[in-house]
Design a protein around this ligand. Structure first.
Ligand SMILES: Cc1cc2nc3c(=O)[nH]c(=O)nc-3n(C[C@H](O)[C@H](O)[C@H](O)COP(=O)(O)O)c2cc1C
Length: 296
């Protein structure tokens, strides 16, 4: 399919991040805590690793190495598609791992993957609903298996079947956010899956509307294009509970788990300095009104 550079959602998303400006609030401020409470557990940072897959060749055992990096940084770890034995190796590291399952046409494939993940100590499970279609007007086929759009009733079934929180990834509208909440999902990821659709709205641009619609009922995660502690801050200020970082961690991953943990920690320190300069002592105190839109 012909790609239109002007419609590159990754570029548009970067431009949107850079159009958000901050005011400062020094009086009565202090050094902050970035502790995150999620599904009854405590983490040191709201910076999580994104649901990645196929990292083979980046370094030895890269899918396991990134999980170890997240664990070292006391961060939540997410994983995308992959074989069962790989998932077992990942959770054996002790990393608190959220498993994202593809929208397989056959729900039995989904149930098998879900049951396996839960049996092997998944922290949560979920589905990237934005991977149903290909770019050529057909349903996608991933690793030989057909995908399909998921109905509200199907999502409700998956949620009800899961004994751990079930998360919908790939929400980019108030409509899908409201349906996810109504279906009983325990979280959503506002995401365009690194530009799966041209002219996709930047997740941060639609986030405030989604936050308003969800009204605190479930956590809202955000990914796509987060490259710095500043980007993390902007996502949190606009209402994200926590963020996922994918491509930014792939370069450090070449040097293994310690480099992944180091990059998460660096971004977290940058986040802390911005929280301090904007008067937020905890994640809950980050105030959306510190954000201004560049209009000049
Ligand atoms: C190599 C690679 C593999 C990915 N595999 C999956 C996957 O299996 N499942 C999924 O839901 N998302 C997958 N993603 C998408 C990420 O979870 C994320 O939504 C996207 O990369 C945007 O975040 P980023 O800009 O921080 O990379 C993958 C991304 C990359 C770069």
């Amino acid at each position: 399919m012909k790609q239109n550079q002007a419609g590159d959602a990754n570029r548009i998303t970067r431009e949107y991040f850079d159009s958000l400006l901050l005011e400062s609030r020094y009086i009565d401020s202090d050094l902050p805590s970035t502790q995150l409470q999620l599904y009854g557990e405590t983490f040191q940072t709201p910076i999580m690793t994104a649901a990645l897959s196929h990292l083979h060749g980046i370094c030895d055992n890269a899918m396991v190495e990134i999980a170890k990096g997240a664990l070292e940084a006391k961060a939540v770890h997410w994983v995308g598609m992959g074989e069962e034995d790989e998932f077992e190796q990942i959770t054996e590291t002790g990393a608190r791992t959220i498993k994202i399952i593809k929208p397989h046409k056959d729900s039995n494939v989904i149930y098998k993957k879900m049951d396996h993940a839960i049996e092997h100590n998944a922290f949560a499970v979920g589905m990237d609903i934005d991977h149903a279609f290909s770019g050529n007007g057909k349903y996608d086929v991933v690793c030989g298996l057909p995908m399909h759009a998921k109905s509200f009733e199907e999502i409700k079934e998956y949620v009800e079947r899961s004994s751990v929180p079930f998360i919908i990834k790939g929400v980019l509208s108030v409509q899908d956010a409201e349906k996810s909440v109504k279906a009983g999902a325990k979280g959503i990821v506002v995401s365009h899956h690194h530009g799966i659709m041209q002219y996709a709205i930047p997740p941060l641009m639609i986030l405030p509307e989604i936050v308003k619609a969800v009204d605190g009922q479930i956590p809202i995660f955000v990914d796509c294009g987060i490259e710095s502690g500043m980007d993390v801050f902007k996502a949190l200020a606009l209402g994200a509970t926590a963020v996922c970082v994918g491509r930014e961690l792939m370069e450090p991953l070449k040097d293994g788990k310690d480099a992944v943990a180091k990059r998460i920690n660096e971004m977290n320190l940058e986040l802390m300095s911005i929280m301090a300069r904007t008067g937020a002592k905890t994640l809950a105190e980050i105030d959306p009104s510190v954000i201004h839109f560049k209009t000049f």
